[in-house]
Structure formats: C-alpha cells, structure tokens
Write a protein that binds this ligand. Structure first.
Ligand code: APR
Length: 231
C-alpha cells in the first residue's frame, strides 16, 4: 500500500509551536503580507529576519510529540511506501526519526541566498547584512516559501499522489493551495482519503473519512490500525 501523508501546523501545536489561523494563531498577531511575502522582505528585511529568528528559536526548544513519533514509526515499519509531505518549516518530523520529509514550504533551519541560490544550515540568528558563504552577497533569507512563491517538490508530490492508495491529511486547515488540492488529486487517482484534525477543515467535504481530535491521540491510534492490518 502506498500512503501519502500531508501535515500542517496542527501536528506541531502540542509541541508548543503556534498554528497560523486558530484564534491565537500567528496570522492574528502578524500581517502575513509583512513577514511572509517577497514584497514584505524587500520592504523590511529586519522585521522578516526577526520573525523567522523567533520561529527558529521556538523550533529549537520544542520537542516532537506522539504524533510525529507515530509517523516515524509508520515510515519505519509499514511494508509499503510512506511519503511524508509537510507544510511545516519546523524540523520535528526529522527529530522524531522520519527520513525523507518533503518540506514543500521550506525549512526555517536552512538559509538561502537570493543572489546565487546557495543553501546552507541557518545560524541561530540571521541578519540582512549576513554574507552568503558561497558568493558573499548580502542577500540571504530564510529558506522558506512565501506567499506568491512556488512551493518545493511539486512534481515529486504529484507523482506520489497519483500512485497513492491512501492520502491522509493531518493538522491543516486545508485553506492554502496547492496543498489544499492534494486530496482531490489523490481521490482522482482512486485513493482513499482520511482527514485527522482538531475540527472540520475547509476541505473536509473532499475526504472519504474524517476523525476529529488532537493529533497526539488520533495519529498514534491510526498508525496502530495501519500496522496491525499490514501484518
Ligand atoms: N491536533 C490536530 N489538529 C490541530 C491541533 C491539534 N492539537 N491544533 C490545531 N489543529 C488544527 C486546527 O484546527 C487547524 O485546522 O490544525 C489546523 C492548522 O491550520 P493553519 O493554522 O491554517 O495551519 P496550516 O494548515 O499548516 O497552514 C498552511 O499556511 O500560512 C501558511 O505557510 C503557512 O504552511 C502554512 C500554510
């Protein structure tokens, strides 16, 4: 069985990392046009670096929760292919033991040079004047995908979705495309579709099965079911 899993901010909420669109979400405190667009970065790179420096610091002090750990166990023990696609820029899947995570919105722990495209591990704090280690241009930015930019790995993800037997969406509001359209691609390819989320998402109606609750409870229970039926 080929499984494609999509995760969003909800899977890291119980690790203490904020979501975006919940009542106390990040987009209620910051204007995403200021901190998550290329135009916002051009206007005020200091503010944008401060925002992602804080995200990086929160990420370093957070720990993976039972949902991340269960998905790593599924990838390790499931006889079929398990592709893990995440919209999250944190590294909690990797720190829980997952390998080959498709970070379609980039990674806050990585830096990117806007001038030459070089990528490297981000230092704890980034500043607009930081030189690129490859070309020395002071054009460094967090390696994250902003609104108006094209997410990473879309061809690879499309390929996995078209070959999937089961698509599972975990902890995402289903409001940001192209990720919000993955359920339709998988369903069109004949896959079963399952949503695991605290509450109905914007794309709940597209799923064949929906379970509501905390990721730290729903995900380990679902992983146990899949591994038991694979025996
Ligand atoms: N368990 C499961 N789901 C949860 C939990 C939890 N403990 N806590 C919150 N959720 C759910 C919320 O109900 C909500 O539906 O997680 C979802 C989080 O939605 P968003 O805040 O919109 O986050 P996400 O879907 O990842 O956002 C997508 O938008 O701003 C951009 O680039 C950013 O990758 C992000 C993208």
């Amino acid at each position: 069985m080929n499984i494609v899993i999509l995760t969003g901010a909800g899977i890291s909420a119980e690790s203490g990392l904020g979501t975006f669109r919940d009542i106390d979400g990040l987009w209620t405190k910051y204007d995403l046009n200021d901190v998550a667009t290329p135009e916002g970065f051009a206007r005020n790179p200091d503010l944008v670096h401060q925002f992602y420096n804080a995200r990086r610091m929160n990420c370093r002090t957070a720990l993976p929760n039972d949902a991340h750990t269960a998905l790593a166990r599924l990838q390790r023990d499931c006889p079929g292919e398990v592709d893990l696609v995440t919209q999250n820029i944190d590294d909690l899947h990797e720190r829980a033991g997952s390998r080959s995570v498709w970070h379609m919105h980039g990674e806050v722990t990585r830096a990117l040079c806007d001038a030459c495209g070089h990528r490297w591990d981000a230092p704890e704090r980034m500043e607009p004047s930081d030189p690129c280690p490859a070309c020395e241009a002071a054009a460094t930015r967090p390696d994250v995908v902003w609104f108006g930019e094209i997410p990473y790995f879309l061809d690879e993800i499309q390929d996995r979705l078209e070959r999937s037997d089961l698509f599972v969406s975990i902890g995402t509001s289903g409001s940001v495309y192209p990720a919000a359209g993955f359920v339709a691609i998988a369903a069109g390819a004949g896959a079963q579709t399952l949503e695991l989320n605290l509450e109905p998402s914007d794309s709940s109606s597209a799923f064949t099965e929906i379970r509501h609750g905390k990721a730290s409870e729903l995900v380990p229970a679902w992983v146990n079911e899949v591994l038991a039926s694979a025996k």
